[in-house]
Ligand binder design. Structure first.
Ligand SMILES: Cc1cc2nc3c(=O)[nH]c(=O)nc-3n(C[C@H](O)[C@H](O)[C@H](O)COP(=O)(O)OP(=O)(O)OC[C@H]3O[C@@H](n4cnc5c(N)ncnc54)[C@H](O)[C@@H]3O)c2cc1C
Length: 437
């Protein structure tokens, strides 16, 4: 190896300072090896956005004491599913359990990612911000380094954690272009309101928070939904809809967001708030059937770059953190054995297969197919009917209930045949519980 290569060589290079990258890097550093974490943004989190909820188990696995110093906005003490109808009515199903209170928390990515990288630096990771990786260096069929705008850098292993578009995984031929039906465009507004107003409107105590998902209403008949998460003194309000639906229905995501904001339920919650941030990002939601090749000679792919997202349970950040950790552990094992071939790095896939990540993705492997085919039922017809039912059930207007319920039942079956209802029921069970075999 030439002197220049020797001087610019470390054990592991990680590309991408998001949750997957930082977890991979800190795992390698904890194993006593030299690792560089390369991020194109001026700080970790500067280019990133998400809805807002992180499951605590993954954060704890990486940073056991995170609760003491991490930038947590609020723990999620209430999970709500809000069924909207076009007519403006709302049915809310909520789950609250004090034993669950620390299960998930809301955090702002720009703060969370930055905090994670600060911890990683303390543990020995060399962090290189403002550095765009242009391509991977491949010699004799093995990834041996990266080309940046400044210099070339070398490593025994490169961990690719460059997010949903992963140009680097594509360069290696590990991934294909994602089809519009397998990718969701998310847009989000952060709306400033005082902590007191948020707590009063959502019936929360100062240390409590909400994660709410909106089904139906503006998203009627689409593969998509809305969300609302509580920060300390702002609300994150947004939505995610498949690119295919946006394209075929010729609707812009900000138009859907405006419709969501003007729904009476949401309008009341954000009244008087000040818009302080607008952002958009893609989410890879193809699931198990769209997984790329996860490793090759000298490289592994983690997080969104590997399309590891569970869209039923809104798990992306925790998958990213744990897949990064497994890639880091596999790198340490490979260094120990001085073998960086794909034969050795297949351990990474084994770790994913043995974990809940690939088990859950397999369970929900048909979700995209079901939701694409039955979105008019699950995202439109049933939320509307449930709202209609509660409208009748909770109205006392001097008219006998029997005739109203008769009309409701007649309408229900007029628009859905028995065989369609049966089919929806089966597909609905698969949607919630996955394929239980
Ligand atoms: C609207 C929306 C809502 C979401 N809500 C949630 C939620 O509530 N909970 C949840 O768990 N998940 C959520 N997700 C998913 C979650 O954000 C992702 O799964 C997670 O961020 C993936 O982490 P990652 O590290 O793999 O990728 P990213 O977070 O995308 O990080 C990739 C990093 O790589 C850097 N990078 C890219 N290319 C290069 C390059 N060539 N050179 C150098 N650096 C590069 C980027 O700047 C970035 O910092 C949401 C996503 C969206 C879009």
């Amino acid at each position: 190896m030439s002197n220049e290569k020797e001087n610019n060589k470390v054990d592991v290079i990680v590309v991408g300072g998001g949750p997957a990258g930082v977890s991979a890097a800190v795992t390698v550093a904890r194993g006593g090896k030299k690792v560089v974490l390369v991020e194109r943004g001026s700080f970790a989190g500067s280019k990133n956005m998400y809805g807002g909820v992180i499951y605590s188990h993954a954060a704890k696995e990486l940073f056991p004491d995170f609760e003491n110093s991490a930038p947590i906005e609020r723990f999620v003490t209430k999970h709500s599913y809000v069924l909207l109808s076009d007519g403006g009515s709302t049915t809310e199903i909520s789950y609250k359990n004090p034993e669950h209170n620390k299960n998930a928390f809301v955090s702002i990515r720009a703060k969370w990612d930055r905090w994670c990288v600060e911890q990683a630096i303390k543990e020995g990771v060399y962090f290189a911000p403002d550095t765009l990786v242009r391509e991977l260096i491949v010699e004799d069929g093995k990834v041996v380094g990266i080309k940046t705008e400044f210099e070339d850098y070398y490593a025994d292993i490169v961990i690719i954690a460059d997010g949903v578009n992963s140009l680097l995984a594509k360069q290696l031929g590990l991934r294909k272009e994602i089809k519009p039906k397998n990718v969701v465009l998310g847009v989000k507004e952060v709306i400033k309101l005082s902590a007191e107003v948020i707590e009063q409107r959502l019936a929360l105590k100062p240390d409590e928070g909400i994660s709410a998902e909106f089904i139906g209403g503006p998203f009627s008949g689409m593969f998509g939904l809305g969300f609302l998460y509580t920060n300390k003194d702002s609300l994150s309000l947004g939505l995610g809809v498949s690119l295919e639906d946006l394209k075929t229905k010729k609707i812009k995501p900000y138009e859907l967001l405006e419709q969501l904001k003007s729904h009476p339920f949401v309008k009341e919650l954000i009244k008087g708030g000040e818009l302080i941030e607008y952002s958009a990002h893609l989410i890879p939601e193809g699931g198990y059937k769209c997984l790329p090749v996860l490793y090759t000679n000298g490289a592994m792919v983690a997080g969104d770059a590997a399309m590891l997202v569970n869209n039923v349970h809104f798990e992306g950040t925790n998958f990213a953190m744990l897949s990064g950790k497994y890639a880091g552990e596999t790198a340490l094992d490979a260094i120990e054995k001085n073998d960086f071939s794909s034969n050795q790095l297949c351990l990474y896939k084994k770790k994913l297969l043995n974990s809940f990540i690939l088990k859950d993705l397999k369970t929900y492997k048909d979700v995209v197919k079901i939701l694409t085919a039955r979105s008019s039922s699950f995202m439109g017809y049933y939320p509307d009917r449930i709202n209609e039912f509660f409208n009748i059930f909770t109205t006392a207007d001097g008219c006998p209930k029997k005739s109203k319920f008769r009309k409701f039942v007649a309408n229900f079956f007029k628009k859905r045949s028995l065989s369609e209802l049966f089919y929806d029921a089966i597909e609905g069970i698969k949607l919630v519980f996955g394929i239980l075999k």
